[in-house]
Design a binder for this molecule. Sequence first.
Ligand code: BGP
Length: 477
Amino acid sequence: MMINKFPKDFLWGGAIAANQVEGAYLKDGKGLTTVDLLPTGENRFPIMLGKVENYTPQENEFYPSHEAIDFYHRYKEDIALFAEMGFKSFRLSISWARIFPNGDDKEPNEAGLQYYDDVFDELNKYGIEPVVTLAHFDVPVHLVKEYGSWKNRKVVDFFEKYAKTVFTRYKNKVKYWLTFNEINMLLHLPYVGAGLIFKEDEDKQQVMYQAAHHQLVASALAVKAGHEIIPDAQIGCMLAAGMTYPYSCNPDDIQKAMDQDRESFFFIDVQSRGEYPGYAKRFFEENDIELAIEPNDEELLKKYTVDYIGFSYYSSRATSTDPEVLKDQTAGNVFDSITNPYLEASEWGWTIDPKGFRITANQLYDRYQKPLFVVENGLGAVDQLNEDHEIKDDYRIAYLREHIKQMGEALKDGVEIIGYTSWGPIDIVSASTGEMKKRYGYIYVDRDNDGKGTLSRSKKQSFDWYKQVIESNGENV
Ligand code: BGP
């Protein structure tokens, strides 16, 4: 009997999102998206309806996504560097507002469609497989103003039209798709995850779960359309994963940790198993949440489940029922967690737990029995240039090395993993802070938090390291 190793066609690569790299935020007909209104730093969230309704672009305002790292114009140079590292795959997202600037337009914007055609052609030139996210945190602003974004059922139709448009256009270029990035983020950062802004008299939970239902139906419709249009399409869901550990063996702690994980699993249970789980129905009933579900919805959810489970993993989480223990919360991460005394944390307070990666992968595979795709993992850190203008990011290598080793362990456990795209292979704007100083890349970008710098690209120490990981198919880390 042979123990599993990294399969021959394992999809090594990197992952980015349109709004964190492209810039060119109003170029070639693109409409405004929710992210375009988010500043850098402490005042990033929350965002009020007034801002969305009254926003007009101002010359002297600085919003990180407006120029980002200018991938819109520099994608050729960047893709050439990814190819040099030996990437087999590259995960990127399409900006909905480049294709339908307002979200509800009758006709798509040809310049936007052409842009992604060019990017996919460039990837194809090097034999790099694109993995494309349909929605990565950017909702066209017009949909928020006019319809309340995902609160409104109509947005499901607009999304379906968008999905069909891009499937049709790129059917010969893209096989791997993901529907909603970190779909469970909707419950933690509702504006980021779903463009939700609450009115004073609204019941937040009711609104969030109704919006979640709409995204789940939209995701099923995308799976349906994707398979109809692209016969060999592989369409996945995407979860912000990371197991929650109980702080003690007190059954109350175990129950709480399980409930916390289920807040996230809820989405994937629907997307992968095709129905609302019993614990969710109970939660809705006990919290007076009543979902408007249309007659065909349940059948759609049942029939059009995902082909694979995409997930991001940065940290594990921990919880307790003891009020004293609960006081020690980790900083920085949007997911609630107490500090785990056995583990270190990143400069932003994100717990570092490579073994938790193996455990999480096992947990997901045990639950869904579908191929897993690790579509995000990495370390956000401050990089300092030394006198020779180089970055010796051995801390990043250490983080990735331990995680890749644990992924290898999960494979040996029998978990089926088809690929690994580390987050931000080139430095990009951070999603949670809007900063440039939180970097993940193998490639350094000369750009600071205020938008200054030449935007030039250079290799960090981790560049050659990752190259050799890919070359040796995970043997040599
Ligand atoms: C995930 C998002 C990404 C991303 C990453 C790192 O939640 O899908 O868009 O940026 O986390 O987070 P951050 O940029 O806040 O460090």
